[in-house]
Write a protein that binds this ligand. Sequence first.
Ligand code: ZN
Length: 135
Amino acid sequence: MTGSNEFKIDHLGIAVSSIEEALAFYRDQLGMTVTHRETVGAEKVHTAMLPAGDARIELIEPSEPGTSIGKFLEKRGPGLHHIALKVPDLNASVEKLKASGAKLLNEPRPGAGGHIYVFVHPASTGGVLLELIQE
Ligand code: ZN
């Protein structure tokens, strides 16, 4: 094996205007289970995690207006917001990306569940907001 399988999909982030309304589909109609709910102060979001195999669906609702998720919803409506990959060495990935000119949106910091993460701007990733999480 080369290093190609060291990256794992951690979760898919879906922006919603109301987690309760979204759960009427994902939980009540589809039958998925919510295992974790959390408000992340730094991102000003409420989140709900629904496991899907080794990965999860993360429903994200803005906790106040004017936040980046709030603006995303205003501009594009609810939908797929980001893809999150677990990486074996986040600091190494960050250094490599910075050195090659990729646009990072934050320095590594703890988020939902206490995991350390960074966001990479869609301009650097082919149009998808990408979250990298320390394994
Ligand atoms: Zn996320």
